[in-house]
Structures are given as structure tokens and as C-alpha cells.
Design a protein around this ligand. Sequence first.
Ligand code: URP
Ligand code: ZN
Ligand code: ZN
Ligand code: ZN
Length: 457
Amino acid sequence: MTPDLVVRGGTVVTDGWSGAADVVVAGGRVQALVEPGSVRGPDELDATGRVVVPGGVDPHCHVGFTSGDFTSLDDHRECTTAAVAGGTTTIVDFAIPRPGEAPADAAVRQRAKADQGLCDSALHASVVEWDGTTAEQLRQLCDEGLRTVKMFTTYRGESMADEDTFLRVMKTLGPLGGMVVAHCEANHLIEEQQAVQAAAGRISAAHHHETRTELAEDASVAEVLAIAEALGTPVYFVHQSTAAAVDQVATARRRGVRAYTEAVAHHLTLDDSAYRGEHPERFVCCPPLRSAATVAELGTRLVSGTIATVGSDHCCYDTAQKTSVDHDVRVMPNGLPGVETRLVVVQDAFVATGRMPWTRFVEVTAAAPARLNGLYPRKGSLLPGSDADIAVWDPAAQRTVTAAGLHQATDYTPYEGRTVTGWPTTVVVGGHVVVDGGRVVDDTARGRHLPAAPLTV
Ligand code: URP
Ligand code: ZN
Ligand code: ZN
Ligand code: ZN
């Protein structure tokens, strides 16, 4: 096939290989990685001095998510515009049932939005309550390519599932090549602590981190890990924020349990001093930001290879939504905007500082999220045959993060004023240049829903 585009002169970093190469694109796919200058194309991108990586795969992204009285503010178009501007070319969204809604209906509702996107997206299904139809719904969802199922041990009355439901879902999913994706915080410990704090008049946003302890996260991880171990099914722990939680997973893996840790960018790059700042409400998320010491321990585990993936847990509320109930964290909208900043803050903190090589950055932000979501090697790779989703990074670019300079559908970023080194200046989606010179230059909606293959993890 005649090439459509050649990305030339850069240092290619992909899963399992890095070096000087030109990326030849044809028909929306990577056709070959070739000797620099050996193939010419009708369109060429000069990547001299740049690092050329697979577009990021964000395994944890809430789009238009309703919880309690609040709905996060973006749709697929807005979320994926922000994603591509930040070097991410695939998002994995969630179909979380509203109270009383069937998992299959939630999936239909959320999947219908995929074609509004500037890039492709996949979807996690979700189960809250088990009934006589759930097993069949799960079989059908897996047939349709939804094989990862999000479950929560917290948020009573919204999305919390009990241990029996965890067990039944895991038992059903195992033989189907599926996996539970677990948010673990022991709800009874949190509610008890919230009651104590409320009685002491310490329940506002500034005290959020005191109400959701590390102990509550660690206890819940132990419970869910035990179910997975007993059944022999894989489990993926989202947004693990404590060293002890990550270490439980690592220890279980050494026993042969198929368990995986996701960290999220804000737990790796922000700490609980934010709750003592001017806008504590802007940092209310679950699990909360942890102490600087815990953040350092988490970073060590990212660098060492213990953490499998880095997601964003993007959840795009604005300041007005946050402040409307910031006197009481029990009713606040939880979550931080982050799909656009996930890669830049992690690259800046770990790669630009020399703590982690680009190869590991690509592994945790693109290749492993693709593998763990049944999307690899179509996504998360630049090896021949992969979709031509490519991010060209200027590793020396210095940029100060501001809400005004981002595309997320909110009025704030948790990183306001942070100067980072390294930015994705050109981003290609399916062979089309959608970001150039750091600006979104093509906002055509080409997004497709990606069915997941059976997981082999
Ligand atoms: O605070 C968070 N993380 N909000 C989004 C929903 C979730 O728990 O992942
Ligand atoms: Zn969560
Ligand atoms: Zn404020
Ligand atoms: Zn989340």
C-alpha cells in the first residue's frame, strides 16, 4: 500500500522497541518502522529531536457521569478533544447503572456516545446489584466486547456492590475472558469516620482526606483480592493510592493471583496539602489525595514496575458544582478533571526528571492499559498493523498548565500554574493529524466504539 504519511526523524519508543526510525502510515495503520529517510510519503511530519510514542490509552475516564445530584460536564466530543490535546488517543469510559437501571441498558446508553469522539473509546460495564438476569447480561455484554466490569465497595445507595455480588460477577466473568475492575474503599469504615468528623464539625472539603483513610482502602483491597484468589479470576484495582494496597497486589501476584494495580496521575503528583489550600473542594476525589510520604511511596512503586497502569480517573466537575456543597463531603461530587494532563504531569514528574525511561512511560500509559482492556495490539503500540494513533512529544518544551490553556470542559485544573517539561506537540489519530503545534487542528468526529477481545492477562 502506498504510504499516506511518514513521521520522520524522531526517536520512536514503542512497546518492546525503541530507536531512531521513521513511522510509515497507510490506511490508518502503522505500515512499518523503517530506517530514517528510506521511505518518502505524500505527507511528512518532521519529528527531529522529538520522541514518537503510541497515543496514550486512558483506562479510566468518566464521561458525562451522574452520581447523586451531579453530572460531570463533558460529553465524548469534549472529553476526547481534551484527550487528544494531551496526547491520549483512546479512552475507556464507564457504563455505570443509575439506581434501578440494568447494566446492559447502561452500556447501550453510554456506548451510543462513542461516535461523537475525536478518537476511539472503549467501555467498562458495571454491576451494582445481582439479580436473576445478571449472569445472562454479563454473557451478552462479553459477546459484544464489554469484558471489564467496574464494581465499587463504596458509595452506598449509588453504585456500591456487596461481597456476594463481587463473588458472583467474578465467577461469571472468569470463564468469559472478563475481569472485574474494582474501586476499593471499605464503606463502613468511611461512614463511621464521616460520622465522627461530622459530630466534631470537621466534614467540609478541607477535611475530606481525614474521612477516607488509607486503612479503609487497604481493608477493602484485602477483601476483594481474597475473592479473586479464591475463584482464580483476574482483578484490576483502579486508582490505588496507598503503598500497602499496591503491595498487597504485588504479593498476591507472586502467589499467582492475576491482580493488577492502576495508579492515577493525581495520586502520583499531588498531595493532601491541597486540602489546606485556598480551594480544597477542587481536590475532592475518592480515594482522596494522600500525604506527601505516601505519594513518594507510590512513585517508587511506579518506577520499580509494581504498578501496571496509570489512568486519569477524569471526572469533569466545575468549581460551582464543587462549592455548592463543599460544607459536607458526604454529598459532594467526587472526582478531578485530568484526561488532558495525565500524560504531561506524569512524564514531567518521572521521565523528564530521569526517574523513569520513556519505555516504561509508554508501558504504563499506553501498552499495558491496552492489554488489560483487550485492545492490544490495535492500540498502545506502534508496531506494524497497529492503528496509526501517534503522539510526537517535544521533550524540552516548557509549558505552564492553566485551565484557560486546556480543553477540559471545566473552569479549573488541579495543576494550575505548574510548569512542566515535555508536551505532545503533534498527535495523529487513525493517520489524521488532529493536533499540530500543540493546537487541535482537526475536530472531525471519527471516534468508534472499540470492542474488547477476551483478556489473556
Ligand atoms: O472521585 C472519584 N474518583 N470520582 C469518580 C468515580 C470513581 O470513584 O471512580
Ligand atoms: Zn473509583
Ligand atoms: Zn474554592
Ligand atoms: Zn473513577
